[in-house]
Design a protein around this ligand. Structure first.
Ligand SMILES: Nc1ncnc2c1ncn2[C@@H]1O[C@H](COP(=O)(O)OP(=O)(O)OP(=O)(O)O)[C@@H](O)[C@H]1O
Ligand SMILES: [Mg+2]
Length: 310
């Protein structure tokens, strides 16, 4: 399957060669679609989902667009000029406007100063908006090597890890350890404050910085989960519980080269910004009424209160 999918969209700089060292391009797949064809792809994706009649040609087009990108939701690669973007489609089964919320949450992350990719919402006025996320493992057509955090800290299968393990990797391999440590710590706090619970080791990663160094990739796959228990998939401190706890984040600050006062101040500032703006950002992306109310428990909780009162 991996050798049949399109070579142009592969993650990072991973490529497959045949016995003679020639790059396997994934013959037979259609070229990566241009941004302007997204609506057509959305139609194909919905008819596949509805179990309707879909021509072989349309299926091929969808497979070509999908490439080998991982993850759970229907998505495709699209080109805007020669820059690759990930397009995440709305699904008929979505109980809330997932893609509107995802775009808004990544934009909010940028506003609080996190290193998140450029994102936009397209087909915004329809019932099936699409999230467009700029790929950080491409600079125009150049491929930037990428490894997940799971690869970085050598975990296998469903093994989990801790943010302090990632801090250790950063200390040893980053081209700018101080900046990466502060960024990662801020991401822990953001994750807690917006109630993201899907922070497993494949939702963190590193891009190659040259000279055998790796830097933290941009942020991705951060989604508020109002209905979930407040537990993380990656523990804040190795050996400690997986609770989404601000207390633990503050205790961990020292592992991220942050003094206690500095950490408290950063968390307080971030909490104030999120608290003051999340509703407007959601509204600006079309999340309103019951959907907006449904998000309240993700943004109004005990950890947020604690951060605001630091
Ligand atoms: N901006 C990006 N640039 C390059 N690669 C990315 C980017 N965002 C995500 N990826 C890669 O694509 C994979 C799938 O993306 P993502 O995690 O956002 O989707 P997902 O796991 O399907 O999310 P969902 O839980 O919403 O279904 C990620 O694990 C990551 O390896
Ligand atoms: Mg993911």
């Amino acid at each position: 399957m991996l050798t049949l999918t399109d070579d142009t969209t592969r993650q990072g700089a991973l490529r497959f060669c045949d016995g003679k060292g020639r790059i396997i391009t994934g013959e037979g797949t259609t070229p990566v679609p241009q941004l302007i064809n997204l609506e057509e792809l959305q139609d194909i994706a919905s008819s596949i989902e509805r179990g309707g009649e879909v021509s072989n040609e349309a299926l091929r087009q969808m497979a070509g667009a999908g490439g080998s990108i991982g993850g759970a939701r229907p998505k495709a690669n699209v080109l805007d000029d020669d820059q690759l973007w990930i397009a995440k489609f709305s699904s008929a089964g979505d109980a809330s406007p997932v893609e509107r919320i995802e775009v808004a949450t990544l934009k909010l992350a940028r506003e609080v100063g996190l290193n998140a990719p450029e994102v936009r919402l397209v087909l915004e006025r329809t019932r099936s908006p699409i999230a467009l996320i700029r790929r950080f493992d491409r600079e125009s057509t150049a491929r930037i090597p990428y490894i997940s955090a799971r690869t970085a800290i050598e975990r296998h299968g469903a093994e989990q890890g801790a943010y302090t393990d990632l801090a250790q990797f950063i200390r040893q391999h980053s081209d700018n350890p101080r900046a990466d440590l502060h960024e990662l710590w801020s991401r822990i706090v953001y994750t807690i404050l917006v109630s993201n619970t899907d922070d497993h080791l494949k939702n963190h990663g590193f891009v190659y910085a040259g000279d055998f160094r790796w830097s933290l990739s941009q942020l991705f796959d951060v989604n508020p989960q109002p209905e979930r228990h407040r537990f993380l998939k990656t523990a804040i401190i190795e050996g400690e519980p997986f609770a989404a706890s601000l207390e633990l984040a503050l205790e961990a600050a020292v592992f991220f080269n942050l003094a206690a006062d500095e950490a408290k101040k950063m968390a307080r500032i971030m909490a104030r910004q999120i608290n003051g703006t999340w509703r407007d950002i959601m509204r600006n992306h079309g999340v309103t009424g019951a959907d907006l109310r449904g998000l309240e428990p993700a943004f109004e909780h005990q950890e947020m209160e604690r951060a605001l009162s630091l």
